[in-house]
Design a protein around this ligand. Structure first.
Ligand code: UDP
Length: 359
């Protein structure tokens, strides 16, 4: 019986929040498929006790390990992908192979089992395009292939082409979403993401490391709104074959972000400016401004991202204090040196998720 929902990369940051919303909105079996390379058991620890959830460790490129799950599922949220600029620079082969071959496997199996597919793509595909806001039909402007950074955008663009080709040629029901900078509790700074890094640095009273001159701008969207958006899009037949920007329109520079993090965490950390080449090697190209046009998302869902950045920072900070004190140290004393295994983020009251308007 194919009454289940499969999430590849379900133990990752976004995947784990998707698990939470599926647990609230459906009674169907949820299969979390993850190789736990960047995904983390702690993200989904609270779901272990649910009889609705099964966790399967495997590689999304390995057809044999994932095919049995397609027999059981009517929908797949394909989130498994290489994450973060740092990982892309350090492990380019794994990035390209995971993104391209993983999506190829998912789409081939989805065709075989008539599974509805959500393909997670990224705002990175807009590349060096300087015409903001980015609309879903804006040009994708890539740098040269000798610059590793663009391999991520190109591999995701190929994924999008392939998904659209399956849709047009075989009628496969697919929805493509391009996540803009998505933040919130459980996000780790290990793969270079700026906000969890700043929060951790502020908590440790270390300098906040600003790459470049800090005038580059981003819009940071709340992860719970992001997963609500993708879940709701998947319920809409009119969204099939479409691409959506997923993100907030609250634009801040990285300088402003650092200031905000210092304020919220009440940290006395300084900021330290670090040239890009020191972090990512010579000739690294960053995007100056990244700002989504989300009118299409609004048209389909009837709501926009509304949770303010300072609130997200506050919640992420509280989460770090509660869950990750073991490697933070200064702002929170360790309780007997051990984190309580039963601490459950999903069980915490979540007024904001409930306050997101639904159709
Ligand atoms: N960044 C920074 N300090 C850090 C990590 C990142 O200044 O410790 C910058 C990074 O160069 C980029 C922005 O913050 O301009 C957002 O970085 P992130 O990796 O979170 O997302 P991106 O927008 O690059 O995908």
């Amino acid at each position: 019986m194919n009454n289940g929902i499969l999430i590849t990369g379900g133990a990752g940051f976004i995947g784990s929040h998707l698990v939470d919303i599926l647990l609230k909105r459906t009674k169907e079996p949820i299969y979390i498929f993850d190789n736990f390379s960047t995904g983390n058991q702690r993200n989904i620890q609270h779901a272990f006790s649910s009889s609705q959830v099964q966790i399967i460790q495997g590689n999304v490129c390995d057809r044999n390990s994932i095919e049995p799950l397609f027999e059981k599922c009517h929908t797949v949220y394909h989130l498994a992908a290489a994450v973060g600029v740092k990982l892309i620079i350090e492990k380019p082969v794994a990035t390209i192979e995971t993104n391209v071959s993983g999506t190829e496997t998912v789409l081939q199996l989805a065709k075989k089992y008539k599974t509805k597919v959500l393909l997670a793509s990224t705002s990175e595909v807009y590349g060096k395009n300087t015409k903001i806001p980015f609309h879903e039909e804006s040009d994708l402007v890539m740098g040269p292939t000798i610059r590793n950074r663009w391999s991520y955008a190109c591999s995701k663009a190929i994924d999008e082409f392939l998904a659209l080709a399956y849709h047009h040629e075989f009628g496969l029901p697919i929805v493509i979403v391009r996540f803009f900078n998505t933040v919130g509790p459980r996000q780790t700074g290990h793969y270079g993401m700026v906000l969890p890094r700043f929060i951790r640095q502020a908590m440790n009273e270390e300098p906040l490391t600003i790459y470049g001159d800090g005038t580059q701008t981003r819009c940071f969207g709340y992860v719970k709104e992001a997963v609500t958006a993708i879940y709701e899009l998947m319920q809409k037949p009119s969204a099939l074959g479409e691409i959506f920007n997923i993100g907030s329109q609250e634009q801040v520079s990285i300088n402003q972000l650092a200031k905000l993090v210092k304020e919220v965490t009440q940290s006395s950390s300084n900021v330290e400016y670090i040239p890009y080449e020191k972090v990512y090697g010579p000739h690294f190209e960053d995007m100056k401004d990244r700002y989504p046009d989300t009118s299409k998302l609004f048209r389909f869902l009837g709501w926009r991202f509304s949770i303010k950045l300072d609130e997200i920072i506050q919640e992420s900070f509280e989460f770090e204090k509660t869950h990750n004190s073991s490697f933070m140290g200064k702002t929170r004393p360790q309780r007997g040196g051990r984190r309580r295994r039963t601490e459950s983020y999903a069980e915490e009251p979540d007024e904001r998720e409930r306050s997101i308007p639904h159709n």
